[in-house]
Design a protein around this ligand. Structure first.
Ligand SMILES: [Zn+2]
Length: 393
């Protein structure tokens, strides 16, 4: 152990001595991302981020491995600053006065029990210079560790194991498809509903929540959905279909058809029905229009969801807005789905609807009902993605 720390301290001294020199030397090679690992943006902070943890080590992707270690525990403050008109990283360790400068685009931090504020992070994070002077904190972790964090965030862990397993396969397929699409980007995935909700689960395998999430991940290891063109399916999923799911192309242009499903149990879910009211001026503000005279629903044939809305601004002007854009403008959590009716009550628009989410792919509430009926995860996946194949590595 002593020898280890002696070597570590030597490396610390060496690295601190050369770190300012590195800032002057342009990077010669492009960063080598590890293709096996998922990069998920966990946080975006303006200019400065404070990372705490034990045995912190820093690495620059474009240089040979040069760790900076802090024995036992430590904290690092990393900020983006401008030097000679260029963005550079300024790294300050344990509140010491001197800062070490790095001009590289990415800075890797490894350590144990890594945290930013109260939030737990995976044992490896990458700081990337985001838009403006933003610092993007990107978790870099094995796919299945990421899927366990998605599972624990996207679905109550008390739900049937087979339902969690179906969700694990959908989340893995979605992640793999997106990783291929965005392999050259600093990060593959957002940790929010924009992609999949992800929170790193701190704790060891004895934590019951983590244990069940990991069981669902391990029991489906290597299993993914494949579309008709033999690519990994970008497997969408949502909270509650309200009675039946819909095609991806009805929500986004260019979506792959994975089939549709009927869920008789979903309309009976007591939380399935909702009503939301907006005043005329609230809707005008949200749609960034000068006024709203009338909203006419454009309903799909053979599908009770709406395709879009025709909004009359005044006697002569009107604007067509797709259903998904309309939901986004009014708020995805307020206008909970595109399965709704609309009534005008003087100056108020009253939306009465069913279900929650875009309605494409796996329905989480329906998959819970199927799990409770004793269906296994293969049967659940076949129900929601009838046009896809289930494959194993
Ligand atoms: Zn459903």
């Amino acid at each position: 152990m002593r020898i280890f720390w002696a070597i570590t301290c030597f490396i610390v001294a060496l690295t601190l001595a050369i770190s300012d020199v590195q800032a002057q030397t342009p990077a010669k090679t492009a960063p080598q991302f590890d293709k096996e690992l998922v990069r998920v943006r966990i946080l975006t902070n303006s200019k400065k981020v404070q990372v705490a943890g034990q045995s912190l080590r820093f690495q620059i992707l474009s240089q040979p491995y040069r760790p900076v270690a802090i024995p036992q525990s430590g904290a690092a403050e990393v900020r983006v600053m401008r030097k000679n008109g260029k963005h550079v990283w300024a790294l300050r360790l344990n509140n010491r006065d001197n800062e070490h400068l790095f001009k590289e685009k990415y800075l890797m931090i490894q350590g144990e029990n890594l945290r930013v504020g109260g939030q737990s992070l995976p044992s490896r994070v990458m700081l990337a210079k985001g838009a403006g002077d933003q610092v993007d904190v990107v978790g870099v972790l094995p796919l299945d560790e990421y899927i366990a964090g998605v599972l624990a965030s996207e679905m109550p862990i008390s739900w049937p194991l087979e339902t969690l397993k179906a969700q694990a396969v959908a989340a893995r397929s979605y992640a793999l498809a997106v990783m291929a699409e965005r392999e050259d980007k600093a990060y593959h995935l957002e940790s929010s509903v924009l992609d999949q909700v992800f929170r790193h689960i701190a704790g060891d395998d004895s934590d019951p929540k983590l244990k069940k999430a990991l069981q669902a991940v391990h029991e489906t290891a290597g299993i993914k959905l494949i579309d008709r063109s033999h690519k990994v399916l970008k497997a969408y999923y949502h909270a509650d279909c309200g009675g039946h799911t819909t095609h991806a192309k009805n929500v986004w242009s260019g979506g792959v058809n994975s089939g549709v499903a009927v869920d008789n149990s979903c309309p009976t879910n007591p939380k399935a029905n909702w009503t939301v009211k907006f005043t005329r001026s609230e809707i005008a503000d949200k749609l960034k229009l000068p006024s709203i005279q009338e909203i006419t629903l454009d309903r799909m044939t053979g599908d009770t969801r709406i395709r879009g809305v025709q909004v009359a601004v005044n006697e002569t002007d009107s604007k067509y807005i797709s259903a998904n854009e309309f939901r986004q403008a009014l708020g995805f959590t307020e206008l909970r789905s595109t399965l709704f009716d609309l009534k005008k009550n003087q100056d108020e628009f009253v939306f009465t609807g069913r279900g929650f989410g875009h309605g494409v792919g796996l329905c989480q509430w329906g998959s819970r009902a199927l799990g409770l009926k004793g269906k296994n995860f293969n049967q659940i996946l076949k129900h929601y993605y009838p046009a896809a194949q289930i494959a194993q590595n």
